[in-house]
Design a protein around this ligand. Sequence first.
Ligand code: ADP
Length: 461
Amino acid sequence: MRIRNRIALQFSVIVASILMLFSLIIYLNSASYRQEEFYERLKNKARTTVRLLIEVKEVDKNLLKIIDRNTITALLDEKVLIFNEHNQLVYSSVDDQVIRYNPTLLAQVREEKEIETYSGDNELIGLYYTESGQKLVILASAYDKFGRSKLRNLGYTLLWGLWGGISVTILLGVYFAGQSLAPIDRINRQVQTITAHDLGQRLDEGARRDEIDQLAVNFNAVLDRLNRAFEQQRSFVTHASHELRTPLAALKSEIQLGMQQRLSPEQYGQMLENLMEDTERLIGLTNSLLFLARTLESSNQMPLTTLRLEDLVFEARDELLAANPGYTIGVDYETLPATETETMLKGNPNLLRRVVFNLLDNACKYSADQTALVRIGTDTSSCRLIVEDRGIGIPPEELERIFEPFRRGSNAVGYHGFGIGLSICRRIAELHQGSLLISSMPGRGSTFTLLIPHLGVAQTR
Ligand code: ADP
């Protein structure tokens, strides 16, 4: 069932139930009031009759009958019967005795003093009169034509009112539910036109005030993020295939060259060495790509341990120096940690070692003196790793872009690299709730600062 119809149905059922309940209460109340009022009239009639008969000497049975029949206020089918203590009828306002009574009824009146009941369609009351030394039972009955007709009329009015009210409620329910849900229909239609290839489209956000506008705002925000992710992925794939094609093309031309000419064993040896070098470059590139792809995924399964920043620095330095003996890396403290825990952090050792390795590698690679200076520092919340060099630096307008995958500085041509390392480093820093900052001056050198929350927060505050 469509939401519009469901809302209209629920609304109608609620309103209809309220209307029915009210109508029922009004009807039952009126019915009970009519009956009470009629019984009261019958009682008055019965009392007047017995008083006239017993207490007014001038009035005898025949005169009373005449009075009864000629009273303008006489009720329809009105009968008053009076019985003595032996259940003998001592007075009847009408000649026939078509009033249902039996000794049990009379005994009941004597016992209860006053009863209200029915005789067929007629209301019937019984009174026990014990004044002036008499013990009489008076039965009075009549048909409340006027009251019943009023009640019937009220019933019809309520029924028509109910029918009309419910119909109007259903119509209004459908109309207003449709009106309220129209923006959702609009959003639905707009969403249907958005495809994976066309994420640039946005939903109409209206006045950004009600819940549906907010839904559109949030949906647009999701689209923005999706679009960015798609863009990143697209540029990643383009760059990756481009980066892979270049060394593959170099490999191919080298092999072609070898196949076209006859080469001496030394030349073949040289060629194989070149091929090996290119293949290693390719393996390095694909490993980096795989690594980048993995770090871009969710980090939920990333195993964390407690680490010491100094250990990471020395491990990365040793690894780098083993591969590049010409590099020089100095390590020092920027500020001496106040407690042991200030340089301790919770993180993934492999990922963080890779960050330090990359920063040290870049610092040496992009400096003529192939020297990097590492400083370790702390503050109240984070431990800090500063990697400084006196190398080629980075032009100011490129400072933020070099963190994007495959971006390289305009002055880095001629230096070997793929432009992936820093994007991996920043991503890893973010996975550890940290950050990677840069300041650099072309021709003067660069400073990279890695900030990661340490374990000593509680103690140092
Ligand atoms: P790669 O070094 O393989 O090119 P990175 O992602 O590590 O890739 O670095 C991206 C770019 O940032 C480099 O191409 C270079 O232009 C610039 N860069 C990084 N570190 C330094 C540095 N220490 N000095 C100067 N430029 C740097």
